[in-house]
Design a protein around this ligand. Structure first.
Ligand SMILES: [Zn+2]
Ligand SMILES: [Zn+2]
Length: 149
């Protein structure tokens, strides 16, 4: 693949992810691109996602199924933390980092230079428990509503 084509594919895939507030799998991205008439093969999508993640532009998220989901990293480069509903697979991003102090403390205690951390919380969201919605509802979750296997 020529490097200009690779750059184009990276840009396309980043755009797809930026347009969705919910994390997408490689398959989701592949279908989105195809629906938009971009001919990018699934293998290429996987390869580009890998590259983008290694470059620190994406983070991958595990939603409790075998697929890996991807999301654009916030501009501060800090991996975002999430509340992930195991019933409907809604992903609620946390606005801040709840463990900044802990990271500093561990770094001191173990003389360990921490480059990054990953922290997600799994459970059942308010809607699935039937107790009303969150205070500020996320948008665009329809795409990841549970698909029957
Ligand atoms: Zn739920
Ligand atoms: Zn954090």
């Amino acid at each position: 693949m020529s490097s200009s084509r690779q750059t184009r594919n990276q840009k396309l895939i980043l755009e797809v992810l930026q347009h969705h507030s919910q994390p997408l799998s490689a398959q989701d991205i592949f279908l989105q691109l195809r629906n938009a008439n971009h001919s990018v093969g699934l293998a290429t999508v996987y390869r580009v996602l890998d590259t983008l993640r290694n470059e620190g532009k994406l983070q991958s998220i595990n939603l409790g199924d075998p697929q890996v989901y991807y999301q654009v990293l916030p501009s501060n480069g800090h991996n975002r933390h999430h509340l992930i509903c195991t019933q409907c697979r809604q992903v609620i991003p946390l606005s801040g980092c709840p463990v900044g102090d802990l990271e500093a403390q561990l770094s001191r205690q173990y003389q360990f230079v921490i480059e990054y951390h990953v922290l997600d919380f799994y459970g059942t969201c308010a809607q699935c428990r039937g107790v009303g919605g969150p205070e500020s509802g996320p948008q665009g979750s329809a795409l990841l509503q549970a698909k029957p296997k």
